[in-house]
Design a protein around this ligand. Structure first.
Ligand code: FE2
Length: 366
């Protein structure tokens, strides 16, 4: 493969346009992010990590995903991108400052590549000590994730678990592609991504990939972008989900699950389970504007030496454990359509997987 234009280091934030902010701010607080900055036209939310923000929305006429931002290691990466795409390097006027270029991927997603953003001060997290059957490092000490029973508060005759997840950072996005191969090639050639897994259809065509940053011998997340093109009557729109790492392991994820579940205001999208590709424990929740966000923890890290592993649809669609995803998973839609879609196509994804599994077995028997 030709040398990529640059090799981004990580993802920083996702950017949306929203018609209103109050419901979204409430959701993001319930989801476990913190408001970093707001003005009349924008909201910026951060995690406990060092990114000044990991989610930004600007006020507009529509509810839509605009794009994602990535971190460049060097200013010269911005220069290379600006030259290749004939775009300007601009000074970032949003929190953190720095410089960026904005280019457009094959599915119309705005890709911001940033350099020189000032880091925020991380919020200190004390990791819990876990006892297992084989190892018991915690002795004479209780295990408390919040305040104990006080975490349960009665609201109008409804018990609400008050402890949220503590989101640390944005880890990846999943995008729906019109042409999976074109998207995979673009992210490889422009941003230097390498495929941890290529998703290969039974006919041998590429249906997508799980791609990670190429940072040489430095281990990085198994995937920073997941490009997917599944059979669908019509293009479902680019945004699948954004996946955020929680600060402190499985209990942090479970706290968020029970908080969002007992608040009882949002659609649960998929989980809790353990992914196969990337190995994360996961839990997905849809926001009030119809976009899905994932809590994850305990993901795989790989350096650039790990070769690409080709996988089939079953490995993509089936978790190591966990429930099947609903038909709405991976599709952005107004929340008032969710029940209707789930009622009409309760097993879209499962149906596809079953068809593929049957086709694969039939082909092998020939
Ligand atoms: Fe994810």
């Amino acid at each position: 493969m030709a040398k990529p234009i640059c090799k981004v280091a990580d993802i920083i934030y996702v950017r949306f346009e929203l018609t209103e902010f109050e419901a979204q701010k409430k959701y993001l607080n319930h989801f476990g992010m913190m408001l970093a900055h707001e003005d009349e036209n924008s909201i910026f939310f951060r995690g406990t990590g060092t990114s000044p923000y990991i989610y930004v929305a600007t006020k507009g006429e529509e509810n839509k995903y605009i794009g994602s931002a990535y971190k460049a290691n060097d200013y010269s990466d911005l220069e290379a991108l600006a030259k290749e795409f004939n775009v300007e390097i601009v000074e970032i006027t949003e929190p953190g400052g720095g410089h960026k270029v904005t280019v457009i991927d094959p599915d119309g997603i705005e890709v911001e590549v940033c350099h020189g953003m000032r880091e925020a001060e991380a919020v200190a997290i004390v990791s819990k000590v876990i006892n297992t059957g084989e190892s018991t490092p915690r002795e004479n000490q209780t295990q408390r994730f919040g305040k104990g029973a006080e975490e349960w508060q009665l609201h109008d005759d409804k018990w609400v678990y008050e402890l949220t997840s503590k989101v640390k950072r944005l880890g990846h996005t999943a995008i729906n592609c019109r042409d999976a191969q074109a998207s995979v090639d673009w992210y490889a050639n422009v941003l230097g991504f390498i495929s941890s897994n290529n998703l290969v259809a039974p006919d041998g065509n590429t249906m997508g990939a799980f791609m990670r940053c190429d940072q040489g011998d430095k281990p990085v997340d198994h995937h920073t972008i997941n490009n997917i093109s599944l059979p669908s009557p019509e293009y479902p729109g680019a945004y699948g989900h954004a996946g955020y790492e929680v600060s402190d392991s499985v209990d942090d994820l479970m706290a968020g699950h029970y908080h969002l579940k007992t608040v009882d205001e949002y659609y649960h999208e998929w989980g809790i389970g353990r992914h196969l590709l990337g190995s994360q424990m996961y839990d997905y929740w849809r926001d009030p504007h119809g976009f899905t966000h994932e809590h994850w923890t305990d993901g795989d890290l790989m350096d650039a030496s790990v070769p690409t592993d080709d996988i089939g649809l079953l490995e993509f669609g089936k978790a190591q454990y966990g429930p099947p995803p609903p038909a709405t998973f991976g599709h952005s839609m107004p929340v008032d359509q969710v029940d209707k879609v789930r009622a009409e196509v309760p097993d879209l994804f499962e149906g596809v997987l079953k068809d593929v599994e049957r086709m694969t077995k039939a082909a092998m028997e020939k």
